[in-house]
Design a protein around this ligand. Structure first.
Ligand code: ATP
Ligand code: MG
Length: 423
């Protein structure tokens, strides 16, 4: 009797129903071939490179999406919309050259990284967050203040790539076409020239570490407690678009000093940092790479961000719009809070302007709005749950000024219309 032939992988015996393929040192059955095929194709998926979207959104569509959340800042929104659109185009050029049959003539397009400058609370982080939600490529928001040079305790710059890979659900090809937003980049400034930098030497070290990454390099991802499958994967950052943002507090003074040196000489220069007039915006627009160098960014780092987009200081009109227009506008948020107690909350237009004016005086951009609203509504929010009969609250200018109180109305049992509640 001859020995039975078996599949070398699963041990299945050869029969008419399960034929075996003969190899040099063994056999394989049909089931194992199929299984092997599945395994190999899943490797293929991991390596699959990003495909361009069939119809990438045009800049105006991208901006229209941003408009839903971010008020004003038209220039910055346009710059970002064009950058994202060009990113899609580069992706199409890189992957779709064969389909147009002109690969020999196609010029390789380099990326244009963006530096977002603008006063605190004017929407930089909000812009990045909104963009992350609407773009069709993996998007990572990193915080420069948590980054450290390799070898120091904290996140090293390579962690950005690990997060990018996570955002791309493990697909290296997709991750290599992602967008990285590095927030609070101004906090990496060395303090020697501007005294505004807080990180000193270590900050400069992080700038150094970011240089290669931003320009385009291949990084071998170590597995440092990560998923095993990422071990020894190599990711190229050549096509990753980098956007860096920061408030650069004090930069206006440096720009101003360059533009009007004599002003400093005479000695009646008022530091621009605390000014909230239009001229401070204009000064920001004049930012030159040299000013950033004086601020404490290293020239090599500045050179890798050819596009500089500035955000404007918010004025009263914009702040009023921020209070009411975005999908999650503050007025809507507080109305919702009052609604839980079955009370309608209303603001007169004059009251909204006053609130915006008070927020402006705080000098913290749109962040001031919440503080003003909190202190304005605090007392009412404390009392309201104890008064069942109140159905409507009206905030007028006097209430915001502290001259009067927020008017409260109870439901009139007979007419159904609210009548003012005696205070
Ligand atoms: N242009 C804007 N449109 C709508 N909301 C805004 C705008 N600017 C700021 N806000 C509101 O103010 C808050 C703070 O804005 P954001 O975090 O974007 O400021 P920032 O520019 O990043 O400031 P910082 O430099 O201090 O980090 C946001 O949560 C947002 O609700
Ligand atoms: Mg921010």
């Amino acid at each position: 009797m001859t020995a039975q032939t078996k599949c070398s992988f699963c041990g299945n015996t050869q029969s008419n129903e399960s034929p075996l393929i003969v190899g040099i040192e063994g056999h394989i059955c049909e089931t194992c071939v199929r299984l092997a095929n599945q395994v190999v194709s899943s490797w293929g998926r991991k390596r699959e490179i990003a495909k361009p979207l069939e119809k990438p959104p045009i800049p105006m569509e991208i901006k229209a999406q941003l408009d839903k959340y971010v008020i004003g800042q038209e220039k910055a929104k346009e710059t970002l919309a064009v950058a994202v659109y060009n990113h899609y185009k580069r992706l199409a050029a890189e992957t779709g050259t064969d389909t147009v049959g002109m690969s020999s003539e196609v010029v390789e397009i380099d990326k244009s990284n963006i530096l977002l400058l603008g006063p605190s609370g004017t929407g930089k982080t909000l812009l990045a967050g909104t963009l992350a939600r609407i773009v069709g490529v993996p998007f990572v928001i990193a915080d420069a203040t948590t980054l450290t040079q390799a070898g120091y305790v904290g996140e090293d710059v390579e962690s950005i790539l690990h997060r990018m890979l996570d955002a791309a659900e493990g697909s290296i090809g997709l991750a290599e076409w992602g967008i990285v937003y590095i927030d609070e980049i101004d906090k990496l400034a060395r303090s020697s020239e501007s005294s505004h930098g807080v990180r000193d030497v270590s900050g400069e070290g992080v700038q150094q570490a970011l240089l290669k990454l931003v320009e385009g390099t291949s990084v071998r991802l170590s597995d440092k407690g990560r998923r095993k499958e990422n071990e020894n994967q190599v990711m190229s950052t050549r096509n990753i678009l980098f956007i860096a943002g920061g408030a650069f507090s004090g930069l206006e003074a440096l720009v101003d000093k360059r533009l009007q040196p004599e002003k400093m000489g005479i000695g009646f220069h008022v530091p621009m940092i605390t000014e909230k007039d239009v001229s401070s915006d204009e000064v920001f627009h004049e930012t030159h790479p040299d000013d950033l160098k004086h601020f404490g960014l290293i020239p090599e780092f500045i050179g890798r961000f050819p596009v500089i987009a500035t955000l404007e200081q918010l004025d009263v009109d914009t702040l009023v719009r921020i209070l009411t227009e975005p999908k999650n506008a503050l007025v809507r948020q507080y109305s919702q809070l009052f609604n839980y107690d079955e009370v309608e909350l209303e603001f007169t237009p004059a009251a909204l302007r006053k609130i915006a004016g008070q927020a402006l005086a705080r000098g913290t951009g749109a962040r001031g709005l919440r503080g003003v609203l909190e202190s304005l509504l605090q007392k009412t929010m404390f009392e309201l749950p104890s008064h069942d009969h109140i159905v409507r609250c009206l905030v007028d200018e006097d209430a915001v000024n502290g001259i009067g109180a927020i008017r409260q109305f109870s439901a009139d049992a007979e007419t159904g219309s609210p009548k003012q509640y005696a205070q």
